[in-house]
Design a protein around this ligand. Sequence first.
Ligand code: SAM
Ligand code: SF4
Length: 328
Amino acid sequence: MAMNDSFNRKIDYLRISVTDRCNLRCLYCMPEEGVKRISHEEVLRYEEIIEIVKTAAELGIKKVRLTGGEPLVRPGLSGLISKIADIDGIESIALTTNGLLLPDMAEELANAGLNRVNISLDTLDPESYRRMSRVGRIEKVFEGIEAAVSAGLSPVKINTVIIRGFNDNEVLSMAEWALRNALNLRFIEFMPVNDSTFPFADGYLSSDEIRKTLLSGFPKMEGGLLEGNGPAECWKVPGRKGSLGVIEAVSHAFCGSCNRLRLTADGRMRPCLFSDKEINLLSVLRDPGDNKSELSALISHAVDLKPESHGNLKSEKHEGRFMYEIGG
Ligand code: SAM
Ligand code: SF4
């Protein structure tokens, strides 16, 4: 079975935020003054997530990504992964993590059925890491990357959000580090998801500028938009392993190839990252009785609600959920 939306895009990818909790406080993702937590009872239980994935898989979802908050802070994640891996129709399970807890967990996650991992790392400098994450120790992320590679969670991708004045001077050094370590590094444009994080106008650097800097250091890089690789432009450098890329949601909307739905930790299905329109699956799941067909109808409805594209992100106000609540 396949699911197409109103603009004939095939929707086969579900990103699931398993928690809004996090062991970091990245300046572009959370407000400085702290965050309001979803109450424990409102967070989807693992059995409920499995119910949703089963129903979504019957409709045509084939790929699942677990995210958060920080997914690895939620106890029992490997158990969830092995149950999702058993669902008919699910072909791949990926994880987006800040990597801090991977050193002890990578192998267990791989054994449970996790296929791939994206690790977020914005800098190679311990001091700058602390300024951007507000609390973290970078050594653990390096260990986490090694553990992911050893566990075979490949290809290991590194996500780097570039913020002007913080890490825009590290584009070339991070690129060189990634190629030396055979990693796939993607620079992500800072997205204005909620205006009470770091000011967008101060921090935003366009992918064109990032690309220009990359070309100055790696003039022979070659590639472009890769099919099946999500909304990333990717390059290889002849004679080097790994790859470089940019994800440019702000300057070049990739809505035309959007293939995804997002599920928040409190059970809301979001048709679009940049729209606060949400479908409440939690209340249906917790209604007594058999709610399977209603759940299926709501997921299909979320697909029907997908907009053709998001508006001009630079000029709109953004006052809804934060990225740590949606999962990126
Ligand atoms: N905690 C995990 C992590 O950091 O990888 C998973 C959740 S995090 C919200 C998912 C991704 O969103 C990370 O790669 C993070 O860097 C990115 N992200 C968060 N806020 C962002 C923003 N305002 N613009 C662009 N990317 C953002
Ligand atoms: Fe936490 Fe990830 Fe947001 Fe950083 S980007 S605060 S690690 S959820």
